[in-house]
Design a protein around this ligand. Sequence first.
Ligand code: ADE
Length: 269
Amino acid sequence: MRTRILTLFSMLCLVVRAVGADAGYKQVLITTDTNAIHVRLPLTDVAGKVRVKKKSPGGFGLPVAPTKTRLGKAEYLEWQIGYDLPDTNSPSVVAHIQFTRKGETKYGHELSKIIFEAVRLGLLSTNELIREVKTLPHIKPADFEENQPVQIEMDTNKTPGGFQRAVQRVPQFTKITPYGWVQIQLKQKQRAVGFQAMVYVCLPMDKVLTMDGTPRPPGKAKPKETVYYDFTRENAAFLLDIIHAFGLASQQHNEDIRQILEKILEATR
Ligand code: ADE
């Protein structure tokens, strides 16, 4: 009986460790050294916030199986970058960047941490953030991408068999830079009617690095492989484009990002 309980316990420990290791590899990690911010991203978390896609016309992208596809110039990472969390249970949180949304406390996460570190390292100047803080309130409601119309076209004639054809046209907004692109996609709300704006940072596979900081050679992803993307003085303006994308996405994102920039400016003064 005792050996059976011990065996069961050790099996449970193995499962807990395996799950823990898996969660660890999926985590987007942000580390800083003297002149760069390194972002570690998972390559094979196909259902997570970082997905590998193949470029396609209009920038819509097609999901690929990363361990079965040679990842080269034609592929990119689509990262649903976060900027807040309701708690501090993540290594990518900046606990002292706090703001409130609808009365709830939020902590800066991922993008907030990257901007905070970028100001600390001098990759972004406080003046650049101040300029953005002043610009954000002037974006008009009609200009928020979330308020852009989704069109439905209905064919008047029925197809053979009595089926009626309808087409839904959903706009997407892309800002292309030499370092990657940022996209605002309208996605059907999960538990409500209507569309919500989602912001994605898209990083071409030929711009990502291995652990030693050298470009990742083209090839299939190894199971649980991670790659790095660096923010440096050279591509710091890309960060301003990402910030601005949130400002354009919706009223709520605009207000959140403005609060975050103000808190970062206070904390780095
Ligand atoms: N809220 C936090 N991160 C977001 C993202 N990438 N897109 C939409 N909403 C978000």
